[in-house]
Write a protein that binds this ligand. Structure first.
Ligand SMILES: [Zn+2]
Length: 83
């Protein structure tokens, strides 16, 4: 089973899941193509602050650059077909 790296914007944490679990996750869990390398901006935490408006962590550019956009697009296309 392939592993997928995830950044959770509500927990401010990186972790790995099995690839086939991804579609069941909520929208706050972002798929990454690869884990960001050591980063001076966020000290490799993946976030640069916390938003009290959205109660989520503000992504560092190192995470934004690592996002698996193809996988995100596919997930949101699937969800929007439902309504
Ligand atoms: Zn960073």
């Amino acid at each position: 089973m392939n592993k997928l790296n995830i950044f959770n914007i509500y927990a401010g944490d990186f972790y790995q899941i099995n690839e086939n679990q991804f579609d069941a996750l909520d929208d706050g869990q972002l798929p990454l193509i690869k884990l960001p390398k050591s980063c001076k901006k966020c000290y490799s935490r993946g976030y640069v602050g916390f938003s009290k408006t959205t109660y989520s962590f503000q992504l560092c550019t190192c995470v934004i650059k690592s996002l698996d956009k193809g996988r995100l697009d596919a997930k949101f296309n699937i969800q929007s077909k439902g309504d």
